[in-house]
Design a protein around this ligand. Structure first.
Ligand code: SF4
Length: 296
């Protein structure tokens, strides 16, 4: 069901949660000088996630070498990764008492390894200090260096290896111009071949003008790449430079997508208006989060 654009439908309106845990999360991140995708992407779930004491750390800086039109992360020429960042992330994990951490990065086409070694270093430093911690790495596509990146990341084998296709291939020129849909599928396929025992995951945003058939084809492509997990959420324009929302998808339709994804064989599915790839990532069974936690 489409709503008129410009008027936020009722299911996307909610109170911004704050409180003691929210403040603690914010203070820990600030005191360690860490970036998050939560703030850099203007994620609508910040109140929810930070109030649960969880955040998705953004490593290798907050300047991206690409300029995707759905994303509010700044584009430009980034600084080299900070060799002290692994220590600071480990400190954050300890201070927030995390058992599961999603780590992502900007795209680093400027680095020969695309930033893979920095991911590995962050994971290994955290593991040294918190051995039973689990990780989800939400990585860029590593463009020309997928094989090397996969070899490097083998030294940090994560619990979940995630890479987002973000949208249907026909919308790549408009939404994700610097990327290549097939390259993204290749990365997920290669990761599964290299690490058969780990879960792979992807995410897609709805409401950018895609058709249902196109989304179903993406889900099938992902399953052919042996992708295990899928997150399906509503695209919301993060800032005025980003592409506009074409359609608001109803919660009922997200329930339909949840069932559809399960029927196609995904073992872990989250589908709701506020689903983001890192939202509820730590849940082994996300069934109870397929609807927004907070519908008024
Ligand atoms: S959904 Fe992910 S990016 Fe958004 S606030 Fe939560 S942890 Fe951060």
């Amino acid at each position: 069901m489409a709503e008129s654009i410009g008027k936020l439908p009722v299911w996307l309106k909610r109170r911004f949660k704050t409180g003691e845990t929210y403040s603690h999360t914010r203070d820990v991140l600030n005191s360690l000088g860490l970036e998050t995708i939560c703030t850099n992407a203007n994620c609508p779930n910040i109140g929810e996630c930070w109030s649960r004491g969880t955040a998705t750390v953004l490593i290798s800086g907050n300047v991206c070498t690409r300029n995707c039109r759905f994303c509010s992360v700044a584009a430009g020429r980034p600084e080299p990764p900070d060799p002290d960042e692994p220590r600071r992330v480990a400190q954050m994990a300890r201070r927030l008492n995390l058992k599961y951490l999603v780590i992502t990065s900007v795209t680093r086409d400027d680095l020969p390894d695309g930033g893979a070694a920095h991911f590995r270093n962050v994971v290994n430093r955290c593991r040294r200090e918190i051995p039973d911690m689990r990780f989800e790495l939400l990585v860029p596509d590593f463009r020309d260096g997928q094989d090397d990146a996969i070899k490097i990341l083998a030294e940090a084998v994560p619990f979940v290896f995630a890479h987002n296709v973000e949208t249907v291939p026909s919308l790549y020129p408009k939404v994700r111009a610097g990327a290549d849909y097939n390259l993204s599928l290749d990365l997920l396929r290669r990761a599964k071949q290299a690490y058969p025992d780990i879960q792979t995951k992807s995410s897609i945003m709805l409401g950018l003008g895609e058709s249902d058939t196109e989304v179903i084809n993406v889900l099938k492509d992902l399953r052919r790449a042996r992708c295990d997990r899928i997150a399906i959420g509503q695209y919301l324009r993060p800032d005025k430079d980003a592409v506009s929302v074409v359609k608001f998808i109803s919660p009922d339709k997200f329930d339909w997508w949840h069932k559809k994804a399960e029927s196609l064989g995904f073992s872990w599915v989250m589908a709701s208006p506020f689903t983001r790839s890192s939202f509820g990532a730590e849940k082994d069974n996300p069934e109870n989060t397929k609807r927004p936690l907070n519908i008024p």
